[in-house]
Design a protein around this ligand. Structure first.
Ligand code: TYM
Length: 353
């Protein structure tokens, strides 16, 4: 297995997960599993627990700390290997926030207001009677900073994040046009199946980790759910009227979701699996077992890591140190290009005056 810096320059990959709730099967199948199985082996990859992003809606500080630690443990439990990639916590590396401001000066308010997640989440906050934090609007700019600070080539995410990666591309290009080429323009990569795992109780909505409505919760499989809870949730999944099992996201969204989950867990194709089932009951039973088996090693390893907090803290400390060293020159170059006076006594990265 190749380690850091071997042979030819490798692509740089960056991705992250937000500790707003317990990680879900959607996070795993849509993103984390690919980071583990493919990305960390093929590229110089960084994976980040993006805790600053969890502050854009009201939250409880003690819970944020717990969830951040748990998310880091789950990334390692899922198989991210600190010998192959960099795992760290966003707030440990100042360059994210430092670059975000420059990109706020690059983005336009109209393009931020058009972001789908902003519109949905702001509507939800208003419906709860709360005010909308300004950071919810500027959140995709911070996400662009996460990506651009590291000269990222590829950003592996699920479908719901594609629009934000597009924005990162636009901001990189705009900044480069205005001030000279500083940033690599990143591209999004998505999994071929399970790029959008839907809520089992409502196949029209994404399976999201921070959904707190009770009906929605019954349709979310968390990575740390006990096997019986997983079975119960999958067996109660809403399916469609009609008796046949076909893979059709429009006509049979509930069944299509189960087929995608089963396909992602078994390495098969959803349409091919559809032909092997004549009843919803059997499809649910097989999907439940496939999910239980997929999550079993992650749960077991997570339990071991929970008993060894010093190990996890060491990994995060080394990860943050490495990430800082990687981001600093790029962010300094952006400050310099944008016309900010280099700090007294510091050497300008371009050598300019
Ligand atoms: P987050 O924490 O919502 O999700 C983490 C990853 O999981 C994917 N995902 C899903 N994939 C398929 N089906 C689902 N139901 C599902 N739910 C979530 C997401 O697409 C994502 O890849 N803004 C990001 C975090 C972030 C980030 C970044 C990602 C911050 N900075 C820079 C990439 C690069 C987010 O909220 O992800």
């Amino acid at each position: 297995m190749a380690a850091y810096g071997s042979q030819a320059p490798r692509a740089r990959i960056f991705s992250g997960v937000k500790p707003t709730g317990h990680l879900t099967l959607g996070n795993y199948l849509g993103a984390v599993r690919r980071w583990v199985e493919v990305d960390q082996h093929q590229a110089d990859a960084l994976f980040c627990v993006v805790d600053l992003h969890a502050m854009t809606v009201s939250y409880e500080p003690a819970r944020l700390r717990r969830l951040s630690r748990q998310a880091a443990q789950l990334l390692l439990a899922a198989g991210l290997d600190p010998a192959l990639c960099t795992v760290y916590v966003q707030s440990h590396v100042d360059e994210h926030a430092r670059l975000s401001y420059l990109l706020e000066c690059t983005a336009a308010d109209g393009e931020m207001r058009r972001m789908i997640q902003y519109k949905e989440k702001a509507a939800r906050e208003r419906a709860k009677g709360g005010s909308v934090r300004l950071s919810l609007l500027t959140y995709p700019v911070l996400m662009a900073a996460d990506i651009l600070a590291f000269d990222t080539d590829e950003v592996p995410v699920g479908d719901d994040q594609a629009q934000h990666v597009e924005l990162a591309r636009d901001l990189a290009q705009r900044f480069n046009q205005r001030y000279g080429r500083v940033f690599t323009v990143p591209r999004v990569t998505r999994p071929s199946v399970a790029a959008r795992v839907m809520n089992l109780q409502d196949p029209a909505s994404k399976m999201g980790k921070s959904d707190d409505a009770p009906e929605a919760r019954a349709g979310i499989v968390h990575l740390l759910d006990e096997p019986d809870a997983v079975r119960r949730k999958v067996m109660r999944a809403v399916t469609d009227s009609g008796a046949e099992v076909t893979y059709d996201r429009e006509a049979q969204p509930g069944v299509a979701n189960l087929l995608e989950i089963l396909a992602a867990c078994t390495g098969r194709k959803p349409a091919e699996l559809a032909g092997e089932y004549t009843s919803y009951g059997q499809l649910k039973r097989d999907t439940a077992e496939a999910v239980v088996e997929t999550l079993r090693p992650v749960r077991e390893r997570h339990a071991e890591l929970s008993a060894d907090p010093a190990y996890v803290e060491g990994v995060l400390a080394r990860g943050a140190e490495r990430a800082r060293g990687m981001a600093r020159p790029r962010v300094d170059a952006a400050y310099d290009a944008a016309g900010l006076l280099p700090a007294f006594g510091a050497v300008s990265p371009s050598g300019g005056s």
